[in-house]
Structure formats: structure tokens, C-alpha cells
Design a protein around this ligand. Structure first.
Ligand code: PXL
Length: 282
């Protein structure tokens, strides 16, 4: 079984970061080791959330693993709470990374043209430097703008997305995949560039007109889980995009749906079915 390390916070209530990554990636058949950067009462879209920072634990915990000779097939970072945590994430890549370790970075910090409350421009620059170490980065358009210095646009064309991709690739990752890219009415999906194959790839599905917190974490967890199970990059991102959209659709049907996250628990059996079917035919 492949083993992944995911580094992000635990938002106890909120269905995001580790409370999505751990159940989803584990259910996909990949051993999921967690390194919690902080424990929050909820994610930061709630008012008055509490935070217990765990930055001082990151080195001792990973030193212990290193002494136990633990190896990881992939390291996946999501929401990192501070500049110091970004620096420590870089050290952890160096500590455990080898040519066979997939470094997958979701530079969670912004959406809809704005940085999340905890972050500033300096943090965005540091996130850009973290991305230089990645095999795959998966920013949304807003995050891509903050990291490349390119102006954010609500309406755009394919040329604009290619310009963002080229800016992201200059940061140094092997592959950049921009999420939430809508190139025609009623559609949305991903647009990526692979520097090894020197090719663009695009996948669009039907847009669901609702936005929920944690859907980016669901998308990234599925993509990295599928990659570790051996699916191709294109199939992994297709499953991630389709399943995230299906989960938002299912959530909208639930009259008692929470405002703060999606019902990924309801759609988990479908995800595992789709994954198994894709593995059979790949
Ligand atoms: O879903 C990303 C995320 C993760 N963790 C925390 C957050 C957010 C987004 O706002 O606040 C604590």
C-alpha cells in the first residue's frame, strides 16, 4: 500500500483540510499519515474560532518518524497557517523527499479575488516559493494571480489561463493545474501544463452554481489519492473534478445541509466505485 503524508490543519468542525483528506485518501486505499499544523475549533469562515498552533511540534514529530526510518510515497500540503509553517514544510520535503516522492501542493490561501483572513501578500510570496519544490501544484485562479503577480480577472479567455500557467511554471513546479477554470457558459474544470510531456491538458464538466467551503480540499485529496493508486494525471483530475461536482449536487439535495461544508460522506461509496472501475480499465 502506498503511504502519503498530509500537512495541514485540523478544523474540528468544518469539513475541510485534514477532516476531509484523512477519510477520503484512506478510503481510496492509501495509508494517510497526518501532520496537523494547528487545531482550530472550526475553519476560518466561522466567527470567533479558536486556534492552538502546533508549529513547535512539527520538527519533533517528523524527527521521530525519521528515526523510525519512515518513508512516504507522497507529501501533500494544504492550508498552512503561517510563514514559519511554510519554511518547515520545505524542510520536511528535504527530509523525506526522494526522486520517487510525489510533492503535491495545494497553496490554499485565497478565492474569488481575495486572500483568506489569516494571510497577506508576503505569505503569498512564500507560498510561491514553496511551489517551486513541487511536482504538482493545484492553485485556483485567485491563488495563481497572487503567486504570479498577474491581475485577477472575473471574466477571462484561454490566453489568460495560459499566461497564468506560464507564470506558475516559472516558479519551478513540474506541473501546474489551475482549478475552477470556466472556458464556456455552464462549464468549469481544470487547465494544466505538464513540463515533462510539454503539453497542456484540459478537463471541463458541468458547472454547479453553488460554492462550498472544503471543496478544494476534497478535489485535491481525490486527485492525489487517485495518482497514488496509479491512475494517470488526466484520469486522476477527471475523477477529482467529476466527483467534487457530484458531491456539491448531492449536498444541495439535502434539506438539512450544513452551510459550512459538503456532504462528502454521502458520496464516498460512489467515489470508491468509480476509482475501482477506472483501475480495472486502466
Ligand atoms: O478549506 C481550506 C481551509 C482549511 N483550513 C482552514 C481554513 C480553510 C479555508 O478557509 O480556514 C482553517
Amino acid at each position: 500500500m502506498k503511504r502519503i503524508l498530509t500537512i495541514q490543519d485540523i478544523s474540528c468542525l468544518g469539513k475541510c483540510s485534514i477532516t476531509i483528506a484523512l477519510p477520503v485518501i484512506s478510503a481510496m486505499g492509501v495509508e494517510t499519515v497526518i501532520l496537523p499544523t494547528a487545531v482550530l475549533s472550526t475553519h476560518t469562515m466561522f466567527k470567533n474560532f479558536t486556534v492552538k498552533d502546533l508549529t513547535d511540534q512539527l520538527i519533533p514529530i517528523t524527527d521521530h518518524w525519521k528515526n523510525e526510518n519512515v518513508k512516504f510515497d507522497a507529501i501533500y500540503t494544504g492550508y498552512l497557517g503561517s510563514a514559519e509553517e511554510i519554511e518547515i514544510a520545505k524542510q520536511i520535503f528535504d527530509k523525506f523527499g526522494s526522486d520517487d516522492t510525489l510533492i503535491f501542493i495545494d497553496p490554499v490561501m485565497a478565492d474569488n479575488g481575495k486572500l483568506y483572513p489569516a494571510f497577506d501578500l508576503e505569505y503569498a510570496k512564500l507560498n510561491a516559493s514553496l511551489c517551486s519544490k513541487a511536482d504538482i501544484i493545484v492553485p485556483n485562479i485567485t491563488e495563481a494571480c497572487f503567486m504570479t503577480g498577474i491581475e485577477y480577472k472575473e471574466s477571462y479567455d484561454e490566453e489568460y489561463i495560459k499566461k497564468l500557467l506560464s507564470g506558475l511554471i516559472k516558479l519551478g513546479p513540474k506541473m501546474a493545474v489551475i482549478t475552477g477554470v470556466s472556458l464556456s457558459e455552464g462549464k468549469t474544470g481544470v487547465y494544466g501544463y505538464d513540463t515533462v510531456k510539454k503539453e497542456y491538458f484540459i478537463y471541463q464538466n458541468d458547472r454547479v452554481d453553488a460554492s462550498y467551503h472544503g471543496t478544494g480540499d476534497l478535489f485535491s485529496s481525490i486527485a492525489v489519492g487517485a495518482l497514488l493508486r496509479g491512475l494517470s494525471v488526466k484520469d486522476s483530475f477527471k475523477i477529482a473534478a467529476d466527483h467534487t461536482a457530484d458531491t456539491i449536487r448531492e449536498t444541495l439535495k439535502n434539506p438539512g445541509k450544513p452551510w459550512y461544508g459538503v456532504d462528502f460522506e454521502t458520496t464516498m461509496p460512489d467515489l470508491i466505485y468509480t476509482l475501482n472501475e477506472s483501475l480495472k480499465s486502466s
